[in-house]
Design a binder for this molecule. Structure first.
Ligand code: ZN
Length: 157
């Protein structure tokens, strides 16, 4: 195991033990329930919008360490971002965890790197766990786009 892998695992364990934004938002603009039948993860994402900006975002539910850490990292990463920025981040995060040829970790000209989200890059080596990491993102996407109030990773790539 490389030092970097150890560091990444430490970050994931930390977010699993002390999840950030693990609470309800009573006056949320929308909330979407997401399910990953493959693993049994169930997560609800709450979003409070201020125009195009994610004013507040949180999650609840239960799931494995990867799903919880991913939700914790995601909510920390997207707060204060615009919808367009969130979609851009999701594209790159998805490319990272599915090991798509897109250079997921490359910062673009706009300087928006994946940052801490990159710690989940290791799940690309475990295809069965990819949906644990993307579940919360699919729920957020549906919340931002006015999609279904319930999503399942069965319907996603
Ligand atoms: Zn899981």
């Amino acid at each position: 195991m490389t030092d970097l892998t150890a560091l990444y695992q430490e970050v994931i364990l930390d977010h699993n033990r002390n999840p950030r934004n693990f609470r309800e938002i009573p006056d949320a603009t929308r909330h979407v329930f997401g399910r990953n039948p493959l693993c049994g993860d169930e997560v609800t994402v709450y979003v409070k919008m201020n125009g195009e900006v994610v004013d507040d975002v949180s999650f609840g539910g239960r799931g494995c360490a990867i799903s919880k850490a991913s939700a914790s990292l995601m909510t920390s990463a997207v707060k204060g971002k615009t919808r367009a920025e969130v979609h851009d981040l999701f594209d790159r995060f998805h490319a990272l965890v599915t090991a798509s040829p897109v250079a997921a970790a490359e910062p673009r000209a706009d300087g928006q790197a994946l940052g801490r989200l990159a710690v989940l890059g290791g799940v690309a080596r475990f295809p069965a766990r990819v949906k644990c990491a993307t579940l919360v993102w699919h729920a957020l996407h549906s919340a931002l786009e006015g999609g279904d109030s319930e999503v399942s990773t069965d319907d996603q790539l």
